[in-house]
Design a protein around this ligand. Structure first.
Ligand code: PLP
Length: 394
């Protein structure tokens, strides 16, 4: 057998595959008690009616005489590039439609981006963070280093921790901690990247969960970011597209990476399907954005109920900045036992799935992540079951 890519042979399954396997085993062990998931961050609200309608219309168009579109442009249809670029209007760094690439989700984009640079370029990844960053960077052959995100720093990374220039992956608001950067913090990172010759890869998958004006939704709110930052966005969590698959990359020409990116796109991608791009365009229309808010309100209410219930159970939740309504609660384990221990106890004793913090990095140990993306009734039932393990205080 030919040697396989060693980065794919760590022996450990992807975190969410491990969680799903444990949940399935518990369901077999206890078939009469449905396992309830506050684990994987998957959406439960329907997609916006206007997006669904746009998909239906586009599918009918493809089936009509003369409506065949063949392969689409690898970087996305101009109508969607324009709609996405318009979201950046008014920021200090203008974003043009040509700098937008539509992708089949942000996970795919993250994997593709790591192939743009020489594999000796170091990649700096927050700890704790969405586990796909490290896995994708390692699979592309990059050396990967951790950027600790400590509780005393509000779970945000600090530029001083970066000891050699490289690709620096940031996510705001962060999964799993819900930490969100303010403008001065983003400005610090842009200055640092510019001075050190680094490049920021900024994941904004949860930007729609920011409210008010205090916290920026894009790195391009910082003047000069278009020389040293690439941004990744997603319709998954904001518009219920986790299964529909649509995201985007903003790769400013001033970064000098455009030619390599176009070369990669040309040889690796045939873009995202036409109906999906029409649905994404509709999701960004005024009606789509209004319908988005209805779904987000459900998740926000879940998060509020969870916060209240956890506090009553005597559990400590990481503080969140005003204006950040990230759909995850980051909860400290009740004692010195590790996060996998508490994951298994919750699963076995309550039939409730969470995500163990250690799965997001070593700094995530002793924390648990709970998602607010659940159906409200399921979430309420999961919270009720948890009081068996953590009796609510009067
Ligand atoms: N980025 C972060 C921080 C995530 O948490 C996730 C999914 O959970 C993704 C990206 C992937 O999203 P997508 O569905 O767009 O691939």
């Amino acid at each position: 057998m030919l040697p396989l890519n060693p980065a794919l042979l760590s022996g450990e399954d992807y975190l969410f595959a491990r969680i799903a396997a444990a949940a399935a085993a518990e369901q077999l062990r206890c078939p009469h008690r449905p396992v309830l998931s506050l684990g994987i961050g998957d959406v439960t609200r329907p997609i916006a009616p206007v997006a669904s309608e746009a998909m239906r219309t586009a599918a009918a168009e493809l089936a009509s005489e003369g409506g065949q579109r063949g392969y689409g442009p690898a970087a996305g249809y101009p109508f969607l590039q324009r709609a996405i670029a318009a979201r950046y209007d008014g920021l200090p760094c203008p974003v043009t439609p040509a700098e937008i690439t539509v992708t089949p989700g942000s996970k795919e984009a993250i994997g593709a981006l790591f192939s743009l640079w020489d594999c000796q370029v170091p990649v700096w990844v927050c700890d704790p963070a969405y586990p796909a960053y490290r896995a994708a960077a390692e699979a592309a052959g990059h050396p990967v280093f951790s950027l600790p995100c400590r509780e005393k720093d509000g779970f945000l990374p600090r530029p001083e921790a970066v000891t050699q220039p490289g690709l620096i992956v940031l996510c705001t608001p962060n999964n799993p901690t819900g930490a969100a950067m303010d403008l001065p913090e983003m400005t610090c990172w842009v200055r640092f990247a510019g001075e050190s010759g680094s490049l920021l890869l900024v994941d904004t998958a949860y930007a729609a969960f920011l409210t008010g004006e205090a916290l920026p939704r894009s790195i391009f709110a910082v003047p000069g970011a278009d020389r040293c930052a690439v941004e990744i966005g997603s319709f998954s969590k904001s518009d219920g597209f986790t299964g529909v698959r649509c995201g985007w990359v903003v790769l400013p020409e001033k970064t000098g990476c455009g030619a390599a990116w176009r070369c990669r796109l040309g040889s690796h991608s045939n873009g995202v399907s036409y109906p999906v791009q029409r649905a994404a365009e509709a999701a960004l229309s005024p009606t789509g954005l209004r319908q988005r808010q209805q779904a987000l309100a459900v998740y926000r209410q879940n998060a509020e109920n969870m916060l209240h219930a956890f506090r009553q159970m005597g559990l400590t939740c990481a503080a969140r900045r005003p204006g950040c309504e990230a759909p995850y609660l980051w909860v400290r384990c009740p004692d010195e036992q590790g996060s996998w221990y508490w994951f298994h106890r919750l699963l076995r004793e309550c039939g409730v799935v969470c995500a163990p913090g250690a799965g997001f990095g070593t700094m995530g140990e002793h924390w648990l992540r709970f998602t607010a993306f659940g159906d409200p009734r399921t979430t309420a039932e999961a919270l009720r079951r948890m009081t068996r393990l953590f009796p609510a205080k009067a």
